[in-house]
Design a binder for this molecule. Structure first.
Ligand code: 5GP
Ligand code: ZN
Length: 113
């Protein structure tokens, strides 16, 4: 997707503070962090949102969670962390390329799960 900001990060057109990259997934720090640790884990395949996950592409999503487990160890998120996916307008999704927020480094409030 030529006008997708995360595809541009994946293609190297826009710089990002990367924590991890392989041929299927990229992880980089959020530009507007909402916790002491806040990074995004993104499948390289342009899946617009959670509503577009299908039997054909769900392997990419499973793989994202493998990488989240790996990064939790790499980044020493031993106190725990929260994974957030926003899907659609009411949830506040602003980038239409599937991504998972990983938030850590503080005690999370009990509101919103
Ligand atoms: P959403 O609101 O769609 O769930 O999350 C999109 C996230 O992407 C936001 O937290 C926003 O700060 C982050 N973001 C948007 N543009 C960029 C960018 O160019 N670079 C980085 N590193 N993060 C971005
Ligand atoms: Zn994209």
């Amino acid at each position: 997707m030529s006008d997708c900001i995360f595809c541009k990060i994946i293609n190297g057109e826009i710089p990002a503070d990367k924590l991890y990259e392989d041929d299927r997934v990229i992880a980089f720090r959020d530009i507007h962090p909402q916790a002491p640790v806040h990074f995004l884990v993104v499948p390289k395949k342009h899946i617009p949102a959670t509503t577009e996950i299908t039997p054909e592409n769900s392997g990419e999503v499973a793989y994202v969670f493998e990488i989240i487990a790996k990064l939790a160890k790499q980044e020493h998120l031993d106190g725990g962390f929260r994974v957030v996916n926003n899907c659609g307008e009411n949830a506040g999704q602003t980038v239409p390329h599937l991504h998972f927020h990983v938030l850590a480094g503080k005690v999370m409030g009990e509101t919103i799960v």
